[in-house]
Design a protein around this ligand. Structure first.
Ligand SMILES: Cc1ncc(COP(=O)(O)O)c(C=O)c1O
Length: 445
């Protein structure tokens, strides 16, 4: 696999330029999210460079998106070639990159997921998935009145996806906009925070899903949606038995299953799609983030049976399946497969997990280390037995490790989970440097 390495020369450590940009940002950009106070200007491989020339090892990949690394040649070439020919015509015409990408997605997704609709983000992918299953319910003589997601889920911040996102911390001030009629939430199989053993936690959560379907709905459920590993919720990995049991429950009731692979897809978890870990064959799958490696693209893919129910005009997007984004996305998927990035995700994921488990033995602050491939969460707690979330410490850790030249993510329903989701091109040497720096920061925290 290619090691793009560190290629920048550190510049003068003058913060005037970033201060200027941040002031402009404050004045002109809608402040909807607290930013890390760095102005990033370039990236290559797993390294980012700020406007002052400081370098950082990137362990968050633009929120699990730049899976193929920053500025990979294969993607630049594919985009440039396509831009020379055609930027845009809209979905009113056939284009070559769009259909080639759709064919590729049909080949790499499980079961009978054969009909792709391309859009521009994860949120749009989820919104289209909801429309798809609602229409499928309608043609079966149902209303599809209910939709069920998990309590720690994240599926977006707009429309129905906002309601499917259960975390109340995002919802303050949005009234009924954050709570679409019919959306219900079922408990998350979150073993670390369960009073049950891992296996029992899976069974208990599956039983509770059954209860939500049978007691809290009239049975008229358009779909159950879940992330195979919950990303924003804190890298929560459901026990294997959970999937076995919910698949039975959904099948018995003929409830379509939507697997949201927006964050888990494209090598992130050590498989091309996280669904492969459990052999999931959903009726609908949503994709985005790592699908484009950094260009805005998303996909909603349905089985032939479900997708056949759509009529002309049901789905449309001016930019969806744009030739440039489609060409880059196809090159990105091929690159991830051909350059050994899935294998590297497994290999470096193990380096991180082993190193983190060693650090955990010395630090009472670390309650849990969990992950698959390069999707790793480190849950910080004030006390190992009460498991009180160490939210302030987690925030401080992210700040200190940034100052040491490593960018990581923060998540979890209590905002106490450190997230390592680096570009899949990260090398063993870079991973070891990150572990050393993390060890030092933990020692001083
Ligand atoms: C699982 C999942 N679904 C949907 C979304 C929304 O994607 P986007 O931010 O591209 O709209 C996210 C974003 O983090 C996600 O993690």
């Amino acid at each position: 696999m290619p090691n793009e390495g560190v290629m920048f020369i550190a510049g003068e450590n003058d913060v005037t330029k970033s201060k200027e940009i941040m002031e402009l940002d404050k004045e002109y950009y809608q402040q909807g999210y607290a930013r890390v106070p760095i102005v990033i200007v370039e990236g290559k491989g797993a390294v980012l460079k700020d406007i002052e020339g400081n370098e950082y090892i990137d362990c968050f990949a633009g929120i699990s998106t730049a899976n193929a690394g920053h500025a990979p040649d294969a993607l630049i070439e594919a985009g440039t070639e396509q831009m020379k020919k055609l930027f845009h015509v809209s979905g009113r015409f056939h284009t070559v990159p769009q259909v080639k990408l759709a064919k590729k997605l049909s080949e790499i997704t499980p079961g009978n997921l054969n009909k792709t609709f391309l859009c521009n983000s994860g949120t749009e992918a989820v919104e289209n998935a909801v429309k798809l299953v609602k229409k499928y319910a309608f043609v079966r003589g149902l209303t599809g009145g209910a939709m069920i997601s998990l309590e720690c889920a994240f599926h977006g911040r707009l429309g129905v996806s906002f309601s499917l996102t259960a975390n109340a911390s995002y919802k303050k001030g949005f009234g009924s906009y954050s709570n679409s009629p019919g959306v219900k939430h079922a408990p998350t199989p979150y073993s670390y925070r369960s009073k049950f053993s891992e296996e029992e936690c899976g069974t208990e959560a599956a039983n509770r899903l059954e209860e939500v379907i049978d007691r809290h709905t009239t049975g008229d459920v358009a779909a159950f949606i879940m992330e195979p590993i919950l990303g924003e919720g804190g890298i929560i990995i459901p026990p294997d038995c959970y999937f076995t049991e919910i698949l039975k429950i959904l099948k018995e009731r003929e409830i379509p299953f939507i697997v949201d692979e927006v964050q888990t897809g494209f090598g992130r978890t050590g498989k091309l799609l996280a669904s492969e870990h459990w052999g999931l064959k959903p009726e609908v799958m949503t994709l985005a983030k790592g699908m484009g490696g950094g260009i805005p693209i998303g996909a909603c893919i349905g089985t032939d049976k479900i997708a056949a129910k759509l009529e002309s005009g049901d789905f449309f997007s001016t930019y969806g399946g744009n030739p440039v984004t489609s060409a880059i996305s196809l090159a990105n998927i091929n690159y991830i497969q051909e350059a050994g990035l899935i294998e590297n995700s497994v290999k470096i994921g193990k380096v991180f997990m082993d190193g983190l488990e060693d650090i955990q033995k010395k630090r009472a602050l670390i309650g849990d280390v969990r992950g698959k491939g390069l999707m790793i969460g480190i849950e910080l707690v004030k006390d190992q037995s009460s498991k009180e979330p160490a939210k302030d410490e987690a925030k401080r850790f992210v700040e200190l490790i940034k100052n040491a030249g490593v960018l990581i993510g923060l998540g979890g329903i209590f905002k106490n989970v450190l997230r390592l989701q680096p570009p899949l091109v990260i090398s063993e040497e870079q991973a070891k440097t990150v572990l050393d720096k993390m060890n030092n920061v933990f020692a001083g925290l």
